[in-house]
Design a protein around this ligand. Sequence first.
Ligand code: C2E
Ligand code: CA
Ligand code: CA
Length: 685
Amino acid sequence: MMRLALCIGEEHDLRLTALAVLICLVGSAATGQLFQRVKSAAGAVRAGWLMLASVGIGTMVWSTHFVAMMGFRAKVPVTLDPGLTLLSLLVVIGLAVPGLIVAKKIARGAGLAGGAIIGAGIATMHYLGMSAYRVDGIVTWDWAYVSASVLLSIALTGAAFQLFGTNGRSARIAAPGMLALGVALLHFTGMAAMNIAVLDLGGNGLSNLTQVLLAVSTSVGALLVVGCAGVSALIDGQTQNEAYRRLRRMALHDGLTDLPNRMAFNEELNRRFAVKGGAPCMAVVMLDLSRFKAVNDTHGHQAGDQLLIALSARLTAMLRTGECVARLGGDEFAAVISFTERGELTSFLERLQAALDMPFAFERFTASIGANIGVALAVHDGFDANTLLGKADLAMYRAKSAHSDAPCFYDARMDDAVRSRRDLGNDLRDAVQNGAFELHYQVQASIPTGEITGYEALVRWRHPTLGLVSPATFIPLAEETGQIVALSIWILRQACFEAALWTNRHVVSVNLSPLHLADPRLVETVQTALIDTGLPPERLALELTESAIIHDRRYALGQLKALKALGISIALDDFGVGYSSIDVLRAFAFDRIKLDASFVAEIERDEQAVSILRSVAALGATLHMPVLAEGVEQPGQLAIVAREGCTAIQGYLIGKPSRSLADPDQVRRLMTLRPQAVDADWHVA
Ligand code: C2E
Ligand code: CA
Ligand code: CA
C-alpha cells in the first residue's frame, strides 16, 4: 500500500495523473451508457453499438494508461515503441468485443464473466504498453504486484459490469466508479511492480515537455472519442425512453378523451387492491350515458365525439385525491375512489351527477345527457378488481332497467337474478349456434268430428345443467338479446322437416315471434324451408299474436299477405287477452282464431267469460274464421266451448306437448267425454 502511495505521489506528475483519472472517470461513465445501448438494441444496431462500446472502452483505458505513463518520472531517458503501443490499443478493443457479448447476456453472472474478460483485456493492454516503454536501465518486476494488479483488474471490471446489468439506480452510479477504480488500480499497482535499475547509456529519450504534450493531445483525442460515443448513447437512450413513454401513454389512454382506458383502469384497480394498509374503503363506479345515442343519431358522430370530450374534461376537473375516472369504451365510463368516510363517496357521486346533469352547449347543438350509475364497494362486494367491476356493472344494469339516474348500489338479492339471466343469455347464444333445442308437439282436434286436425310445435331447450328450460323463459330472453330470428329460423325449418316425415298429413303450427315477422327475409325463409323439406304449404300454419300487428301495421299486414300467398295458413294466437281488437280481425283474413287458455280456464266459474266466449265464436262464424279453444283441461270446459260454437280444441285433456304424436283413437275417445250436467248447469240465455 505504502509502495503504491509512493509510486503515485513521488514517481508521477500529479497534474498528468489527475488528467488520466479524469479520462478514466468520463470514459467509465460513457461505458455505462454504451453498455446499456448494447443491451437494449437488437440485430445490426446492436452490432453497431457493440463496436462503438468496444472502441470507447479501449480508448478510455488505453489513454488513461498512456497519459499516466507520460506522467511517470522514470529518472532515465525514455522512448516508446509506436508499433507495440498501437498494438496494445487494438488488443484491448479486440478483447472488449467478446467481453461485451458475454456481459450483455441475461444469464446470471453474465456481467461478471464478461467484465472479467474485459478486465483481462485491460491488463494485457497495460503490460503490452509497458513493453513498448523503453528505458535506459534494467527493468525487474515484482511478480506479487503484477499478479495483484491483474487480479484487481479482472475482479473490479467484472464487478462493475455485473452492476451495470442491474436495474437499481445506486448500482448504476456505483458501476462506473468501480470500473474507474479497476483501471486506475491496475495501472498504479502495475507501475509499483516495476523497478528500474538506472543505466545511463547517454541515449536521448523523450523530453518532459514532449511527454506532457503527448499526454495532453492524447487526452483531448480520447475525451473527444469517448465523450462523443457516450453522448450518442445518452441521446439514443433518451429518445428510446421518450418513444417508450409515448407508446405506453397511447396504450393506456383513450385517444379521443385522453382519459385512462380500460387497460389503465384495470391496472389502477389492481394497484389499489395490492396496496397494503391503503385507504380502508374503496368503491368502483360504472356509468353508462343515457341519451348519448340520440346525440349521435341526430347530430352525427362528430357531435358525439365533441360531447364525450367535453364530458371527460368535466369529469377530470371534478376529481379530488384518491379518485380516478376512465373511459372503458363507447359511452361507458368507470371510476374508482378510495375513501375513509362514507361522506367522501357521497360527495363524489354528487359531483359526478352534477357534471352529468349540467346541459352541454356547443356552437351547433345543445344536449342534455344523464347516466345510469352502478356502485360496488370493496371489500363488502368483492376482494378483487374483476369481481368489483362485474358487480358495479350489474348494479348499473339495474339502474338502467329502472330508468333511474340515481346511483344503484350492488345488492346481491336483486342483482344476482339479473346476473343469472345474463348467464342464461350467454348460454342461449351457444345453444342457438349449436341448435341445442327440440320440438314437442301438442295435438289439436276438431270438436264436430273428434278427429285430429294438426299439431302445434312447441320448442324446448335442453340446457346442459338446468335440464329442459321453458320457452316462456327463453323466448323473451332470445327476443331481448337479439337471437330470436336465428332461433326462429331453426324452429321453422326443424318443424317443416319433422312434419314432412310424418305418416299422416296433419298441419303443423309454428309460433312466430313478432320480431321475426318484422324480418324482411321472413317470406324467403319460409319459402326455402318448404322447398328444402318438401312440406306442402297447406300443411304449415303460422301462429302469431296481435302484438305482432299493432306496431307497424301496414308492414306487418303486407308480410302476412305475402306469407299467405305462399299457400300456408295464418292463425291469430292468444286471442282474448291483450288488445283483442276486432279491428285486427277485420284487417286480415286469419285462417283461425285461437282463444287464449287463461280465458278458457275461467269459463266453468265465470258467466261473463262464457258470454265473451260466445261473442268471439259468433264473431268467428261471421268472419268465417274457425275458433280453437286453447288450454282445455277438463271435460266440462270442452262441453262449454263446444256448446258455445268453438270448432276445435287443444289442451291437456286430449294431449300434452310431447316428442311423439297422439293416438287418433284415444283422442277421438277423449273428445266424446262431455258430462251432461255441464250443459244443464251453464245454460246461459
Ligand atoms: P302458446 O303459443 O300459447 O303455447 C301454448 C302453451 O300452453 C304451451 O306452453 C303449452 O304447453 C301450454 N298448454 C297447452 N295446453 C295446456 C293446458 O291444457 N293447460 C295449460 N296450463 N297449459 C297448456 P309452452 O310450451 O310452455 O309455451 C309457452 C309459450 O312459449 C307459447 O305459448 C308460445 O308463446 C311460446 N313458444 C313456445 N314454442 C315457441 C316457438 O317455437 N316459437 C315461439 N316464437 N314461441 C314459442
Ligand atoms: Ca301458440
Ligand atoms: Ca296460445
